[in-house]
Design a protein around this ligand. Sequence first.
Ligand code: KIV
Ligand code: ZN
Length: 503
Amino acid sequence: MGLIKMEEYIRIFDTTLRDGEQTPGVSLVPDEKLEIALQLDKLGVDVIEAGFPSASEGEFQAVKRIAETGLKAEVCALARATKSDVDAAMACEVNSIHTFIPTSDIQIKYVLNGTREEVLKETEKITQYIKAHGFLCEFSPMDATRTDLVFLKKVCLVAQDCRVDRINIPDTVGVASPCYMRKLISELKRVVKVPISVHCHNDFGMAVANSLGGVEGGATQVHVTVNGLGERAGNAALEEVVMALHVIHKKKTGINTKLLYETSKLVSRLTGIPLQPNKAIVGENAFAHESGIHTKGVVAKPETFEPLTPEMVGRKRKIVAGKHAGRQGLRAELEAVGIHVTQNQLDEIFRRVKALGDKGKPVTDTDLFAIARAVTGVPEKNVVKLLGFTVVTGSETTPMASVKLKINDKEYIATETGVGPVDSAIKAIQKIVDKLVGVKLKEYRLEAITGGSDALAEVVIKIEDDQGNIVSAGSASEDIVKASVEAMVNGINKLLIKRGTTN
Ligand code: KIV
Ligand code: ZN
């Protein structure tokens, strides 16, 4: 880092429940907000911005409940620079209040309808009011990165003179660059003596890089959201900022990185925003290797193609088959489920996987195992076979499903009720196989492949057994229940192969 002095510990200010909830289409109910807050506390964030109490009655109640829960983290509420907003935040009995006011000329004119002089006056009034009531105060000059630097310093000095505890510098419309952010923060540090924080938006895909630039400039706190949720293109992603701080910048945070993946999954599930597969740290492919060169390398020594281990963030490495696959990777993937092959068999499996990949088809684990079975001459041994199912559903009846399975030549039937026919059928399957293997449904995804009410539906599920083995499986049919039942049965058979209990 040359001459740049960087503080050791960087505070993580999480705004998933405030800026993250401003993601278009996301709205969390108080129970969901509380569940996320508890997870963030377990994860070890320093501050939880729980919401914007003056936004609605539900938001007020959610922030109040989070503040009452007795978390280790500081619980913060957002307030515009108005007495009514601040009063609402105080009534939630939070630990700190984050107040903001526009400072760029464009926002002063079109958002505030005011003048620079008024901004200085309001800053003084509101920060004094918050401090006089004994609350910690974080002050944000909104749109700081488009604010005239001389005026920005003036506003910050007014807030500092009113004894604010931290000043946060927002890159509200994401127009900064890492170098600009570094210079801006080091310039501000010449006059600002309270800790400086940064809050970067991702409009040009640089929120994480800009946050790190801010840290290089001397910021000791970073605003982040889980999965990078937030207004428009989002905020700096917590998991990316934290891992980059730890691994690249050799900084410390209070985050237990092993909980990053489960936190990401929880937030994705509750907000309904799926993760792109190639998302850093938490995306499906972040620790998956397909190409022959890479799989050979990671099988021999993971550091060859992994800058951090999957275990560091609570994940597992995945070797996947495909047209770029190498023999070593295929062998590793097969051996992980107990299929051992000779060199000649491996050569043939390798040839067939490439041929399938060359036809433009993704090669799933099911394809690979089927190829391996064909090549090794081991007959397909599905322990669990679907013999049939029926469902009853409608507005006047409780949805119900009966499923008939054959397990090792014995027939079983179970009937269950649920919230719908799919839920009922999955529960009936779980009931039958329970003696063989306890199965939890971790993920269920439904995609229509074609249009219309007769669309082909693809169901992809992820299930986990009581030993922590996880498999994905799928099926496609015009009938959603049929696709779901088949996917579940396929998944259970894959789990049994993985456990080595197919006999
Ligand atoms: O992006 C922004 O400027 C904000 C403020 C409320 C700090 O979220
Ligand atoms: Zn923001």
